[in-house]
Design a protein. Structure first.
Length: 293
């Protein structure tokens, strides 16, 4: 009996000891989640329409235009610039898309591209990866646009079709698929290449070199290479990254799609009539306003 009582005491002592250790053990707070920089896209048909110099632009008399309803868009490069004199590439580069030489010269790899629709997030990166500082401008090199446009058919009725347009400097396109249509390309395409599908009908073509509008209000102090589609926009009150942020910083890149699809008019009725020989001449976005939310 004495031996049995001794064993019970030892067991109870062990349980009490373990319980005390667990009770007195400090409970650590979970590590706080890291704050991010979140980049969203917005496509605004009412935003001011600009030309290559970032000035208000009208539609030439011989052309007509409409505002596409974009479903998605892709960017190849995003950079924050401190001042108007910051040259391209000398700011804080926060995103660069993948490239490939599969088509010969180095080109944007369309197969690996990131996409976002209207009011959707394109990029999320930790703020610790963004250099601290004050930024006044953002540069965005666009690569691809896909959306609906209206056209007048030979039967006299208006329909909606889908336009896919490549605005990057050079893009390797394998097979392009949208709306059930398939375009086997398998080669590099320069800025201005486009494909169109409507009612089962498909077509493709190439806009003239330099025809794609790329608004850059810093044309004099910080030029961009022709054909690069680096659209530049100014923060209204700047963007400051301190490195001590505890909450996400959300920046919406509001792109002007105000009459951004422009074509040559043969029948002066303001309607796109591909069967009449009216051809696309400009698919460039018409401005960029970055908004810090």
């Amino acid at each position: 009996m004495k031996i049995l009582n001794l064993i019970m005491c030892i067991v109870l002592l062990g349980i009490t000891s373990c319980s005390d250790e667990s009770i007195n053990e400090p409970i650590g707070n979970p590590a706080p989640e890291e704050a991010n920089l979140v980049i969203k896209f917005k496509f605004d048909p009412n935003q001011i329409r600009l030309n290559n110099l970032g000035q208000p632009a009208t539609i030439p008399n011989e052309n007509a235009a409409q505002s596409p309803s974009f479903a998605r868009m892709s960017s190849h490069y995003i950079e924050l610039a401190p001042t108007a004199n910051t040259l391209l590439g000398q700011g804080a580069i926060i995103y660069e898309g993948p490239t490939t030489t599969q088509g010969g010269e180095e080109a944007i790899d369309f197969q690996e591209a990131k996409f976002a629709g209207n009011n959707e997030t394109f990029l999320t990166i930790p703020l610790s990866q963004v250099a601290t500082g004050n930024y006044s401008w953002v540069r965005v090199s666009l690569a691809y646009q896909e959306g609906a446009i209206n056209f007048l058919a030979a039967d006299g009725n208006e329909y909606s079709g889908t336009l896919a347009s490549f605005v990057g400097y050079n893009t390797y396109v394998p097979t392009l698929n949208f709306n059930g249509a398939s375009f086997p390309i398998n080669e590099n395409k320069l800025q201005g290449f486009w494909a169109f599908e409507a009612l089962g009908f498909t077509s493709q073509g190439q806009a003239p070199p330099g025809a794609t509008t790329v608004p850059n209000p810093l044309f004099n102090s910080s030029p961009i290479p022709q054909g690069s589609c680096v659209v530049t926009g100014e923060f209204e009150n700047g963007l400051t990254i301190t490195g001590t942020e505890t909450e996400d910083v959300v920046v919406t890149l509001s792109f002007s799609v105000n009459n951004s699809f422009e074509w040559t008019e043969i029948n002066s009725d303001g309607k796109y009539e591909p069967q009449a020989g009216e051809t696309l001449v400009d698919m460039g976005l018409r401005g960029l306003i970055p908004i810090v939310e």
